[in-house]
Design a binder for this molecule. Structure first.
Ligand code: NAD
Length: 431
């Protein structure tokens, strides 16, 4: 369902009327398209506190009148006095950041043995989220906590680019890169020679994920239920991939995926998901268990099976799908919220072990309100609230989740592990 309000506010009378009435004025977001530069202008680099971070691998400048992006290196912030430098650095430039521009704050992990440093670094989180809520004009603000700048290159490039149009107000941790970050031979096709399997890939977000991973060079396997086989074949055919008709709740789903991929798998995207909404008082056991089974139990079973079988090759990536409903809770969705919170638990616990034992990273995307058939069926007022109660004032598109997945799947993203990244336009739900 098209966002008519967004189209209306893009016209001169729409702008006039909504301004007079004090209504939200969402800015059309700039999204990536082939041939476009990653960034539509210059990146200004500022520093707060004493930092030795070397970001010379990025096209950053010390001065710019109208930057498309500002990177504030605050890794050296060690106490409250240093926070004044955060204000001093950004206060004069924030107004001049271009529409759909980017502000990225770089922080250090809060130290367990230095509560002054920890307080100041945690302060950056509240700062980032607050600036995200006030900056407007389609601009995003994110915080990246890192120890090794080079290991964060794929993350910084993603956040600087138009590919992260709907990612704002996020805190992303990037670990040390030792042996985990392999730049691709061809930056335009980072997944060339790799195989990616997308569950629930016949439509919606999964279809967009399959398309984006294929664009990045992956050979895609589009898995969906037998009832959606025709659509799965259509998507796979268009992308030069293959379809796999399979219900992921089948007890032998992992074994059948392994059998279908004798040469192994590099990227496993757990996207399939269902909703069966009812308030708990009215929810029969079968509605509860079907959601828990598809959204969580099947993800655990197939992940375990594919890791144990060695199907997921070293350097591999698992990207699971959570939801902001699982982080914030949502009336009528105790089953769905439980299943999606479970995904976050799975990711955080498995990530270090999967990396140590199998060389595979495990992360999740947590979509907010994304314009799909699922959300087109939501009643009008709730749909409008879902779109407007975000810092960007609009719903996201399936491609926004797909681009975030592609960043996590990137060969140079091996230091991003155990993260749950919301793709929600900084939704006020659970923010
Ligand atoms: P969708 O209903 O359009 O597509 C889901 C796909 O999963 C369908 O093709 C379906 O056939 C497939 N599927 C369902 N059960 C399956 C099973 N047992 N085995 C194999 N395939 C199965 O949904 P969508 O909106 O594209 O959502 C995709 C994912 O994103 C889901 O996990 C959903 O919970 C999550 N999500 C979506 C939104 C949103 O706003 N649309 C928000 C938060 C999270």
């Amino acid at each position: 369902m098209a966002d008519r309000y967004l189209s209306f506010t893009g016209t001169a009378p729409g702008r006039f009327l909504t301004r007079r009435l004090g209504l939200p004025q969402p800015a059309p977001l700039r999204r990536w398209s082939p041939g476009q530069p990653e960034l539509d202008g210059e990146t200004l680099l500022l520093t707060a506190g004493e930092s030795g971070l070397d970001l010379s691998f990025l096209p950053v400048k010390d001065a710019s009148d109208r930057p498309a992006a500002v990177v504030l290196d605050a890794t050296g912030v060690r106490g409250v006095p240093d926070l004044a430098e955060v204000h001093a650095a950004l206060h004069p430039v924030v107004r001049s950041v271009a529409a759909s521009g980017r502000v990225i704050v770089l922080g250090a992990p809060p130290a367990a043995d230095d509560h002054h440093q920890a307080a100041a670094q945690q302060a950056l989180e509240g700062f980032t989220r607050s600036l995200g809520k006030e900056i407007g004009r389609g601009r995003t603000v994110n915080l990246v906590r890192l120890t090794d700048a080079r290991a964060a290159e794929s993350t910084l490039r993603f956040l600087l680019s138009a590919k992260s149009a709907y990612v704002s107000g996020q805190v992303i941790g990037v670990g040390p890169g030792t042996g985990r970050v392999s730049p691709p031979d061809d930056p335009a096709r980072p997944l060339a020679g790799r195989t990616a399997l997308v569950t629930g890939g016949a439509r919606g977000i999964g279809e967009a994920v399959a398309e984006t991973l294929a664009r990045d060079g992956a050979r895609v396997v589009v898995l969906d239920v037998p009832g959606a086989e025709a659509d799965a074949r259509r998507v796979a055919g268009r992308l030069g991939g293959t379809a796999l008709a399979l219900d992921i709740t089948a007890a032998d789903a992992g074994a059948r995926i392994a059998a279908a991929l004798p040469d192994g798998l590099d990227v496993l995207v757990h996207n399939a998901g269902i909703t069966r909404d009812r308030r708990l008082v009215n929810m029969p056991a079968d509605r509860w268990s079907s959601v828990l089974d598809v959204n969580l139990a099947a993800v655990l079973r197939t992940t375990d099976a594919l890791l144990a079988a060695g199907t997921l090759r070293s350097g591999g990536r698992i990207v699971a799908t959570a939801s902001i409903a699982g982080l914030a809770g949502n009336a009528g969705q105790t089953n769905y919220g439980a299943s999606k919170a479970g995904i976050a638990g799975l990711v955080r616990s498995l990530a270090p072990r999967a990396l140590a034992e199998h060389g595979v990273t495990v992360n999740a995307v947590a979509p907010g309100f994304i314009e799909t058939r699922m959300t087109a069926a939501v009643p009008l007022l709730i749909r409008e609230a879902g779109r407007r109660m975000t810092s960007l004032g609009q719903g996201g598109l399936p491609v926004d989740v797909a681009e975030t997945t592609a960043w996590l799947a990137h060969p140079a993203s091996g230091a991003v592990n155990g993260q749950v990244v919301r793709v929600c336009g900084q939704s006020l739900l659970g923010a």
